[in-house]
Design a protein around this ligand. Structure first.
Ligand SMILES: [Zn+2]
Ligand SMILES: [Zn+2]
Length: 141
């Protein structure tokens, strides 16, 4: 019997596939399933031998038969977990582990910042020219 502190919520951590809602007993089973069935290739957790870090809010359990008050879905690739909301889990996996955001988006950002400095320099140059000719115009009078 394990000690259960009274102010923590016992949460069953489920390894659920966000594509077809099948549950698996371990993250590695889920990773295998996603690769084989959905061709989504996720890396196992780098700390896969370790226990999930303790939470101040939850007592995590991995046993479906244990009494629990809440179900959480966990990410098989890191310690992320979420309320049973498959869309949230899918979003997390896509953003953090699948790199669906095209890489050139970042490069585009760099490009625009580069253009901006060039533009600013051009404007400063233009302003110099304007003020110079204004000075000339004023002194000619
Ligand atoms: Zn699936
Ligand atoms: Zn993750």
């Amino acid at each position: 019997m394990s000690f259960k502190s009274t102010d923590k919520i016992t949460a069953f951590v489920d390894n659920k596939c966000y594509k077809c809602e099948r549950s698996y007993s371990s993250p590695s089973h889920l990773i295998n399933h996603m690769a084989n069935i959905h061709h989504i290739h996720l890396k196992p957790r780098p700390q896969s031998n370790e226990e999930r870090p303790a939470s101040e809010k939850y007592d995590f359990t991995y046993q479906r038969l244990a009494t629990y008050e809440r179900v959480l879905f966990e990410c098989p690739s890191c310690w992320f977990y979420t309320y049973p909301n498959l869309q949230k889990l899918a979003k997390h996996v896509q953003n953090f582990h699948l790199n669906l955001i095209p890489e050139n988006e970042e490069m585009l950002e760099e490009d625009t910042s580069l253009n901006k400095t060039v533009d600013e320099q051009d404007i400063l140059k233009m302003w110099d020219e304007i003020s110079n000719s204004l000075k000339k115009f004023l002194s000619a009078k």
